[in-house]
Design a binder for this molecule. Sequence first.
Ligand code: PNW
Length: 486
Amino acid sequence: MSLRGFIFCCLFAISIAQNETNNKLFPEDFLFGAATSAYQVEGAWNEDGKGENIWDRYTHTHPEIVVNNDNGDVACDSYHKYKEDVAMLKELGVDFYRFSLSWSRILPTGFVNKINLPGVTYYKNLIKELKDNGIEPLTTIFHWDLPQPLQDLGGWKSEFVVEAYVEYARLCFELFGDDVKYWLTFNEPKQICPIVSGILSPGIGEYICGHHILKAHARAWHIYDQEFRATQNGKVSITIDSNWQEPASDSDEDIAAAERSLQFTYGWYANAIYNSDYPEIMKTRIAERSLAEGFNRSRLPSFTDEEISYISGTFDFMGTNMYTSYLVEAMDEVPIGDPNYNYDLGVKTYQPDDWEACTAPWLRLTPWGIRKFLNWLKETYNNPAIIITENGVVDDGSTLEDDQRVRYYRDYLSNVRSAIEDGVNVIGYTAWSLMDNFEWQYGYTQKYGLFHVDFDDINRTRTPKTSVAYYKKVVETHCLVDTCEE
Ligand code: PNW
């Protein structure tokens, strides 16, 4: 057996041994939280002066894109029920609540020419209710719900939208920054860009969109740094997501393919911020392929030296979403001539049938993957302080006894605890989600909640699932099992 083969087998053995739950206490200052996002829970889509956003437009004009033609018009009705939401957080005992601001609720046109005071009041009330209950707000400035007027101007493919975002972000710091100490500029840019730009120009539009989001993030961080940090003293970052990418075999090609996959998913956004510029492998592959396709320049836009140093270091912690893992194989023949992100990446990914499934087609339970992923983040980005800003699993709503979710949280948290022992600087963990909510194209059929929400009931009654008791105990004791070692 080669040395590499030996290491691969050892790692595999470690992953099997990890089935036992880690019985060490989480550090005393470790933060536990729960998350939602505005469009997924608030409802009140046109109340009190809120403007239209792309999800309003999309679900109203193309209801067929969402399972059962559902939409977020009412969702969990959190716009009216935020006090109940805070009471649920209080019941869980969490340190913080991750929620997002609806841009169109604060700025109906997308621009600062018109500030919608009732929208501002809603968030002020929510934040006050949280603080009164000893819960820290962790606030996402943008979680996918772009104001429709900005989409009409080209969305994230337009430089103009960067300017609008920067003004919106500054306003958020001004309005809420006395009370909000943890900020996320964007949620999961990787999910934003193919959706909003892939349709028009695959292999080009999503890179332009990503380029603009990186610039917008950096601008927002610098504004905070220069105009607000001294008085508000908070922390600003971005949340990037990736699934763990495990080589399908110990061949050099598959090992390189898995690393390439991490660089094209996580590194696309993280490298410029936590290291500098785009990952080398993205720059070289996309440039080579673009030339072979007959372009005169790379389809991946480039940053000037000045921009590279401006973006590098624009973080005060690292926000990371992680749910599952994939096996990765190198793709032998990657066609030239059809600009496409997947061809640029050139890998085949899959999840073997014997990995435990849940209701979401893309999500199998791979608790060992989060430990490997966290170690990869530590090695690749120079050991930043990490807050896991989302992690969770789906049920179909048929029972309140969500035993699979209890196991999911126990086993993933066990691996997070082991990663801390490996030396990874994980400082916080966020369960997705506080409650069942509007799960984008899956509507209300995929339920991530600790709390069940009855969407047939006008009151949107919330009921704790079994996982509430488990997570509550973990938050309280900092321990995943009955008794823990120091
Ligand atoms: C995240 N994937 O999206 C979002 O931040 C949430 O709004 C969403 O509800 C949650 O995860 C659950 O889906 C993702 O396919 C969607 O790898 C898809 C993937 C990852 C994250």
